[in-house]
Write a protein that binds this ligand. Structure first.
Ligand code: PLP
Length: 468
């Protein structure tokens, strides 16, 4: 394929994409296929001779979409969204066309300087203080891993990088049980170890499921008494399971009293902070050392784009950065090389889709979208509470709530029936030892009718289950 043919097929692809999105409501959100079915459909020996583009394109349209879970479906209420606004998709096409590498300033000056600009824009949009700077990672997992490695090195006076961890103090991290598994992964892979990630109990009767700041203080004191080395505190704003929000002001005050760095995981909920009325959920965030949020979740910047704000990037650069001779920028003094802020060397031009998104949509429209999702989720939860046999287990935190229908087995059977039918897609979690169904309202293209389909589908599925 040459670039003339690429131009032709890109137009075909754009037409296909428009039709795909226009007809998403006609598809089940999740395909009802068994593992291995799709591989069987495409099984073939490795091609030795060229296949006409027409054939490959036709195979794609015939086979692939029907075997995909449709994340852009307006009734995708599972997990968290991975919203792709059309404006961000357009930017991705352009970034792909240039196929650059944004690892150093000189390898992609526009990408590098646009990254700095959109970080400032997002910092202001979320109401964070001016002192914060930051970078764009691929994922919140990478951002949290980078933050934890930085905590480790701060605790070790930056000696772990050279000497390793053997013979050093026993490092301890603190987080609530509501934090995402990426925190456990960071503890495991940083060499700190799962056993040294102390899960702090929740505060009693707290509708936001914050960790208990007094319990945090007690755990740090106990560790100090045992000769362990407290290393850092990881906090949640909008935990994955039920949307838990730690009391950042109180917990960060405890961390600071012990001289510990803090990292806030607001991967999902961070997008909502463009609307000032939601900011009480993370009151105190201005005191954090590091904050991650994923514009690729609720905001609409196509996957992948995860922003980490840093009060002072110095310790993270000292931890993650390496500058061999072949990676210096000759003749330019004070430039930022973002690869030194993160794990991989090669980096995609992710700032472009954020720049397109913010300029083409504008913050006010993005706020309206998120406000609608929150309001509609409350309306849907109220309608479900009024249905026979249903219980709202956790009330909406932003646009996430959980529910049950009878015991664990019946709730699981109901969820399975709903997802097999495909009008909506929901997932599950465990809350206080019970199996619950999660509902999260966030699809870019969803309407109030799409959201109010949730109680309707639940009622239909329950009636069928009762009939059976
Ligand atoms: C609260 C939270 N943190 C972190 C993550 C991990 O995100 P990523 O896929 O960007 O690594 C998720 C994923 O859903 C999440 O919900």
């Amino acid at each position: 394929m040459n670039h003339d043919e690429l131009a032709l097929w890109s137009k075909r692809a754009a037409d296909w994409a428009r039709d795909y999105h226009a007809t998403l409501r006609d598809r089940p959100v999740r395909p009802d296929i068994a593992p291995g079915d799709f591989r069987d459909a495409i099984e073939a020996p490795v091609p030795q001779a060229p296949t006409p583009v027409e054939t490959v394109f036709e195979d794609f349209t015939r086979l692939v979409p029907d075997a995909m879970t449709h994340w852009q479906h307006p009734r995708f209420f599972a997990y968290f969204p991975a919203n792709a606004a059309p404006a961000s998709m357009l930017a991705e096409q352009l970034a792909n066309a240039m196929a650059g590498q944004a690892m150093l300033w000189q390898t992609a000056p526009a990408a590098n300087e646009m990254e700095a600009l959109v970080i400032d824009w997002l910092r202001d949009a979320l109401g964070l203080p001016e002192g914060f700077t930051g970078t764009i990672h691929d994922s919140a997992t990478t951002a949290t891993f980078s933050a934890v490695l930085t905590m480790r090195e701060k605790a070790l006076d930056f000696q772990g990088l050279g000497n390793g961890l053997a013979g050093g103090p026993r490092l301890r991290l603190y987080a609530s049980a509501q934090t995402h598994s990426s925190v456990d992964k960071a503890a495991r892979l940083s060499g700190i170890g799962q056993a040294n990630l102390v899960k702090i109990a929740g505060r009693a009767n707290d509708p936001l499921f914050s960790m208990d700041p007094d319990a945090l203080n007690g755990a740090i004191r106990d560790d100090l008494a045992r000769g362990f080395k407290p290393t850092g505190v990881i906090l949640a704003t909008g935990g994955t399971s039920v949307g838990a929000c730690d009391d950042l002001a109180a917990c960060i005050a405890v961390a600071k009293a012990h001289g510990l760095p803090t990292h806030v995981d607001a991967a999902w909920a961070g997008s909502a902070m463009i609307a000032p009325e939601f900011r009480p959920l993370w009151a105190g965030v201005d005191q954090a050392d590091s904050v991650v949020f994923n514009p690729h979740k609720w905001l609409g910047a196509q996957f992948d784009a995860s922003v980490q704000f840093l009060r002072d990037p110095g310790p993270q650069i000292a931890t993650m950065g390496l500058r061999p001779d072949y990676l210096t920028t000759q003749g330019a003094g004070d430039v930022v090389n973002y690869n030194e802020w993160t794990l991989p060397l090669g980096r995609r031009f992710r700032a472009l889709k954020i720049w397109f998104l913010l300029r083409i949509e504008g913050l006010e429209a993005l706020r309206t979208r998120i406000r609608n999702h929150v309001a509609w989720s409350v309306e849907a939860a109220d309608a479900i509470a009024a249905l026979d046999g249903f219980e709202i287990v956790t009330a909406p935190i932003l646009s996430l709530f959980t529910l049950r229908y009878g015991d664990d087995d019946t709730t699981a059977a109901l969820l399975d029936a709903i997802n097999r039918e495909g009008r909506i897609y929901l997932t599950q979690t465990t809350h206080e030892g019970r199996f619950v169904i999660r509902v999260q309202v966030g699809p870019w293209d969803c309407t109030r009718d799409d959201v109010m389909a949730i109680p309707e589908v639940l009622a239909d599925a329950a009636a069928k289950l009762r009939g059976a």
